[in-house]
Design a protein around this ligand. Structure first.
Ligand SMILES: [Zn+2]
Length: 114
């Protein structure tokens, strides 16, 4: 029968997938990662392989770590500051003015003395 041949043909076509499943006996374990957006990712890692410390979260793309309580990127050791903010922190505006005046005066002295 023609229809019988078609069905058999389809079975033959699905063969390679089963073949791969049967011949992939590498033992795996599931390693969990957590990203800072509270996504948990279970990654199958080859049993003999050392799991990487970071894994990119497939949900949001940020790196995920193995510690659920401290995912990478959540706690910044220092808040971001501009260079100007650092300068202002070190010196008051008055001190800045004084330093500038001093520098200008020194410049004038050098020019005047030449
Ligand atoms: Zn995520």
């Amino acid at each position: 029968m023609a229809s019988g041949n078609l069905i058999r043909g389809a079975r033959t076509g699905s063969g390679p997938e089963r073949f791969n499943e049967r011949h992939a006996p590498a033992p795996r374990r599931s390693v969990s990662y957590w990203c800072r957006n509270d996504h948990r990712i279970d990654v199958p890692i080859a049993a003999e392989a050392e799991p990487p410390p970071l894994w990119d979260c497939p949900h949001c793309g940020v790196p995920a770590g193995r510690d659920p309580g401290n995912p990478p990127g959540r706690a910044r050791p220092e808040p971001y500051k501009t260079h100007l903010a650092y300068v202002k922190e070190r010196r008051t505006p008055e001190e800045g003015e004084a330093l500038l005046a001093e520098a200008l005066a020194a410049l004038h002295r050098r020019r005047g003395g030449a």
